[in-house]
Write a protein that binds this ligand. Structure first.
Ligand SMILES: [Zn+2]
Length: 134
């Protein structure tokens, strides 16, 4: 099995509902996303996928959906207020934890982007990471 990994940086804001701790307050992170792809065999260029192609697809998705956005649970009462003020929000079904975001990116990148994702690692801070793979 071949694997390749590419790293992406994004800035986002979020908060967690029904949670006691620092993350109950609206705050920001400089997150890092590691996308690992897998392939049992290489393509005609002897690659799993061209890093430039992978970078373009993932960066575009992150730019359009999460980068410099506020990520909130759909149930968060702040969501309609921020949208009303023209703030760009990305709404999640549950609290936007690093674990949930890793799973969400795995799902979007395999589904919408049709990438052969092996694993997504989502670094919320330089020392705190959650990962998801099937
Ligand atoms: Zn946080």
């Amino acid at each position: 099995m071949y694997k390749i990994k590419k790293t992406f940086h994004l800035a986002y804001g979020h908060r967690l509902l029904n949670y006691k701790g620092k993350c109950e307050n609206l705050h920001g992170h400089n997150g890092v996303v590691e996308v690992t792809l897998k392939a049992a065999s290489l393509n005609h260029e002897r690659m799993v996928m061209d890093f430039t192609e992978l970078g373009g697809k993932v960066k575009l998705w992150l730019d359009e959906n999460l980068d410099h956005k506020i990520i909130l649970a759909k149930a968060d009462p702040l969501a309609p207020l921020l949208k009303e003020q023209g703030q760009l929000c990305y709404l999640t079904d549950e609290n936007p934890t690093a674990e949930l975001l890793a799973e969400l990116l795995f799902s979007r990148f395999t589904g919408e982007l049709k990438l052969p994702v092996h694993k997504i690692a989502f670094w919320e801070t330089p020392t705190s990471m959650a990962s998801y793979k099937k």
